[in-house]
Design a binder for this molecule. Structure first.
Ligand SMILES: [Mg+2]
Ligand SMILES: [Zn+2]
Length: 254
């Protein structure tokens, strides 16, 4: 996709599972529909023997249910209620954005459509319904990540050189966080940001993220516990050097 306009000086990337959607819907779908062998793949992923790409392929192949039923079930998992307002803020301010997820596009699009959203760019893995179950397709892979969707590569292609502000919660967000100028984080991602000295603001929900963005857009310096006076968002948004490539350490599964 093209950045929406030349006005904003950063690009916002948003994770889906555990971020926009309060629960990990991909996980929930696998637990609900896959035959029990999914747990073995999960174990290999947890211990780092396989990446999420391989893990998801193995797990989705264990699902026989029609995609329609899967999406229907996925829609019972609620979105963060404040996501709508946050999106409105981005659109009003002409800030370019995209959802980048290591989940599956038909599921994410189904949930968003059911909640009444339209026109949100979604970059994620894909699913095809075959005669023998679901087939996974990974259009956003890279040689540096073992994720289904390499978020750092995808964001790099989308952002058109703009600095990236990322919002996420988990392992699939590690690679993109290293290249982001600022990260809104919760879950595992918070520890990762601390360990790697990545500029970040922990968030609880999109109401908080929206408040921080509003403060920034109004020219104020938001106070975040993780930032001192010299590291306010007004500095960290848009003013960081870009082009940080993932270190070899990122070649571990994510
Ligand atoms: Mg997530
Ligand atoms: Zn990556």
């Amino acid at each position: 996709m093209e950045p929406c306009s030349g006005q904003a000086d950063f690009f916002v990337t948003i994770d889906f599972d555990g971020t926009i959607n309060e629960s990990d819907v991909t996980d929930a779908v696998i637990k609900k529909f896959a035959r029990p062998d999914w747990q073995e793949a999960e174990r290999l992923w947890e211990e780092g023997s396989i990446g999420s790409r391989e893990c998801l392929s193995l797990q989705m192949a264990l699902i026989d249910a029609p995609l329609e039923h899967i999406v229907e079930y996925a829609c019972t998992h609620p979105l963060d209620p404040a996501f709508r307002d946050f999106l409105e803020l981005l659109r009003d301010a002409s800030i370019p954005f995209a959802i980048i997820s290591d989940g599956f596009k038909p599921i994410i699009n189904g949930i968003l459509a059911k909640a009444g959203f339209s026109g949100i760019p979604v970059h994620a893995n894909d699913l095809l319904e075959g005669k023998t179950g679901l087939r996974t397709i990974f259009p956003n892979t890279s040689s540096v990540c073992h994720s289904g969707t390499c978020k750092c590569k995808t964001a790099d292609l989308l952002a058109g050189g703009l600095p990236i502000v990322h919002i996420g919660d988990g392992r699939s967000d590690f690679c993109i966080s290293r290249m982001a100028t600022h990260v809104f984080c919760r879950g595992k991602l918070t520890g990762y940001c601390v360990e790697n000295e990545i500029r970040h603001s922990p968030f609880t929900d999109f109401q908080g993220v929206k408040n921080d963005f509003e403060t920034f857009l109004n020219g104020g310096t938001p106070l975040s516990p993780e930032q001192d006076a010299d590291m306010g968002l007004s500095r960290s948004f848009g003013n960081q050097p870009q082009g940080v490539t993932p270190s070899p350490g990122l070649m571990t599964p994510n």
